[in-house]
Write a protein that binds this ligand. Structure first.
Ligand code: HEM
Length: 208
């Protein structure tokens, strides 16, 4: 039985919603064009040359959008949601993992309900921190290294610097793509399957 009271919390300020919309569209464009480049053949969704140009432009725009996100988090309270408290980290992860795998299906209450002070649960927070402060910067930096091969290290322990940068870029791109699919699935776990998507449009999170 769920005893939480119904409430609406304003958690997603306009700048986060604009950034997120741009970021999602750019990542989708990068994934489609990236796959078209990786698996180029005459039948790919986007023709090779078009895919390369679109991928480069979307990558440059993603860099600008990332700087916007990074600066926003640095100078607004939104950044506080990305600070992971070290104490009790493993216990909190375990509790949330139990909820997602068992508790949720037994209709138990969420162990870390959404509040204004902490809008992300522990697993969600860790995923967002890894995504936004490791994977996205990694894909952007390796992308710039491929766009301007002259600035890329020539060789590293006998391997071509460009090949290694390419490998890192593909690894980061595929990882982000997988995290994005998981992210969208977890976004369906809300008051109803669409409520979290609505939050990203009107800024309000609805809880039970
Ligand atoms: C079509 C693709 C996407 C959809 C439908 C989507 C959906 C959502 C929704 C509904 C939320 C709000 C609920 C929540 O906080 O869990 C959210 C938040 C978030 N998403 Fe996405 N997302 C998409 C792509 C992405 C991508 C590609 C990234 C990063 C590379 C991303 C990063 C984030 C982050 C960091 C937040 C939290 C923002 C904040 O409040 O500070 N999303 N997303």
């Amino acid at each position: 039985m769920n005893h939480q009271t119904e409430e609406r919390l304003y958690l997603y300020p306009v700048w986060i919603r604009i950034w997120h919309m741009m970021n999602a569209l750019l990542c989708l464009t990068l994934i489609i064009t990236g796959l078209s480049i990786q698996f180029a053949n005459p039948n790919t969704v986007v023709k090779f040359n078009t895919a390369v140009s679109m991928h480069n432009i979307a990558g440059i725009l993603l860099t600008i959008s990332y700087v916007f996100f990074f600066t926003g988090n640095l100078f607004t309270m939104n950044g506080s949601h990305y600070v992971i408290p070290v104490k009790g980290f493993m216990i909190r992860m375990k509790n949330q993992f139990y909820y997602y795998t068992i508790g949720l299906f037994k209709k138990e209450n969420a162990p870390y309900p959404v509040t204004e002070e902490s809008k992300f649960n522990p697993l969600q927070q860790t995923t967002y921190v890894v995504l936004m402060y490791a994977m996205v910067p990694f894909v952007i930096l390796s992308g710039w290294g491929l766009l301007y091969p002259d600035i890329t290290i020539k060789s590293f322990v006998g391997f071509s610097g460009l090949d290694l940068t390419d490998l890192m870029h593909i690894f980061a791109g595929f990882t982000i793509s997988i995290i994005m699919c998981v992210h969208i699935y977890f976004c369906t776990i809300g008051k109803n399957p669409l409520s979290n998507f609505k939050s990203m449009l009107n800024g309000f999170h609805e809880s039970h």
